[in-house]
Design a binder for this molecule. Structure first.
Ligand code: ZN
Length: 182
């Protein structure tokens, strides 16, 4: 039987690192494994998934969850899942057929709303690891939100130069304009 394993949390919490670790482990064990990422995210170059410490894995670019059905592999790895469109049932169906999933994604937008299909994914997952980052304001290890520093000019802004991980307390302070940090 397959299963669905998710690493989630704010930016800079090590999500991509976790699925790269799992990918490497499965490859060494000789399992059929493939890495996927949304087409929209080109931070690491067209076809790479990269961790913040520089490890890189070749990835297949897809736009919709349904496209996973076109690939013959035993273990699916997906980074930046929040940017994928499509039907979450595809993942549940593939897991029922015996496929394993390791998925990384931001759970919340900078407005603290469920990001894309992440909410649906968390509900159907076997294992969810919620991770935290270091808050860039107070430096405590309890950042659960990604805060946007600046004025938004489109719906989804890619790249994380303008986003910082912050804790609940500092998010509120920043939202009220009480802290200047850059
Ligand atoms: Zn804080």
């Amino acid at each position: 039987m397959g299963d669905i394993n998710v690493f989630s949390g704010p930016m800079k919490c090590g999500k991509s690192e976790q699925i790269i670790n799992e990918f490497t482990k499965h490859q060494i064990a000789g399992k059929k494994a493939m890495m996927f990422k949304p087409k929209i995210d080109d931070r690491a170059g067209e076809t790479l998934v990269a961790s913040r410490n520089g490890r890189k894995i070749n990835a297949i670019n897809i736009e919709k969850i349904e496209e996973l059905e076109d690939y013959d592999t035993d273990v699916f790895f997906i980074d930046e899942f929040q940017f994928l469109k499509g039907n979450i049932d595809t993942i549940e169906n593939l897991a029922t057929k015996g496929k394993k999933f390791y998925i990384a994604g931001l759970n919340l937008t900078a407005e603290k709303k469920p990001f894309g299909k992440m909410g649906d994914l968390l509900c159907i997952s076997d294992n969810v690891k919620m991770m935290t980052s270091i808050c860039e304001v107070c430096k405590n290890d309890n950042a659960i939100f990604s805060y946007y520093k600046g004025k938004k000019n489109c719906d989804i802004e890619i790249g994380d130069a303008k986003y910082i991980p912050v804790c609940r307390h500092c998010y509120e302070k920043l939202n009220k304009g009480n802290t200047i940090f850059y």
